[in-house]
Design a protein around this ligand. Structure first.
Ligand SMILES: [Zn+2]
Length: 279
């Protein structure tokens, strides 16, 4: 979800703040600060490996060593850089590391693998731009669609996180073969089915706004859209997805209300203790 929003992780932001403070302390003329840092680093084994949670300078030393290793500059050389140059190197290295770890994580997930492939393709297409990048690009629809709920809905569809029958069945531990669409009974009941395959669901919605694409192409339009996609296509798509999802939610709510109550399981130990206490 952070990827769709174009956000970095909070741990990256925290590391950036600590290292920027470390650089600023290096510009201080305070003898006390210099003395505290020198004392903290005396006897610190090199290379720095373990992180101290009790001493700020010792804890940050690990991150300074990481930045020195990544940038090829010593800690003294890093502190001697102008502020803007230090900030640029720091932001680039932090983002590059997060990019690598996110791509590795997404490659291990079947639903996120296409996003990893797209990120690697963009890197290979323009390696110079990739090397200079310091922040994620937000999903292109965020600036186009009207509200947060629509952006949230599109993000859930693209990431395969929407609470369709397939996803709800997975949460409940129901075998894949027993999951089915509440509208048409199809065993394929994920986002793809919802957006592009379920005719009964479309009949349930009734009338769709006339858009620049066929409703049956909603999935293709959603997954193939990029930064070149005009805003009016995103808005139309968001409207269509909202209509489909509202109809699906209505039917799921009816099904939940008509489902038989689960049997009450009585704990035998408690039952016995109740009988003995009443006796
Ligand atoms: Zn269906």
């Amino acid at each position: 979800m952070l990827l769709e929003l174009g956000w970095s992780s909070t741990s990256l932001k925290a590391r950036r703040a600590r290292l920027q403070l470390w650089w600023r302390l290096g510009q201080s003329d305070s003898l006390l600060m210099r003395s505290l840092e020198t004392q903290a680093l005396v006897g610190l084994p090199q290379p720095v490996q373990s992180v101290s949670t009790y001493n700020w300078f010792r804890g940050t030393a690990t991150e300074v060593a990481w930045l020195a290793n990544r940038s090829g500059l010593s800690s003294d050389a890093l502190r001697a850089l102008p502020r803007s140059e230090f900030k640029r190197i720091l932001s680039e290295e932090l983002w590059q590391e997060e990019w690598t770890s996110r791509v590795a994580l997404m490659r291990n997930s079947s639903r996120l693998r296409p996003f990893a492939v797209a990120l690697v393709a963009a890197q290979q297409q323009d390696p110079c731009e990739h090397a200079r990048r310091v922040r994620w690009q937000a999903a292109p629809y965020l600036s186009a669609v009207g509200g947060l709920s629509q952006a949230w809905l599109l993000a859930q569809c693209r990431l395969g996180l929407l609470g369709t029958e397939e996803e709800r069945g997975r949460w409940a531990g129901i075998p894949r073969a027993q999951r089915s669409c509440v509208h048409c009974g199809a065993s394929s009941c994920g986002v793809y089915h919802l957006l592009s395959k379920c005719q009964r669901l479309r009949d349930d919605v009734g009338v769709f706004p006339v858009g620049p694409f066929e409703v049956s192409d909603a999935w293709t339009t959603l997954m193939s859209c990029d930064t070149q996609t005009p805003a009016h296509i995103w808005r139309s798509l968001a409207r269509v997805v909202s209509l489909l999802w509202r109809a699906k939610e209505r039917r799921l709510a009816v099904q939940a209300r008509s489902a038989p109550e689960p049997p009450v399981v009585v704990d035998e130990d408690w039952a016995e203790s109740d009988e003995s206490s009443s006796a």
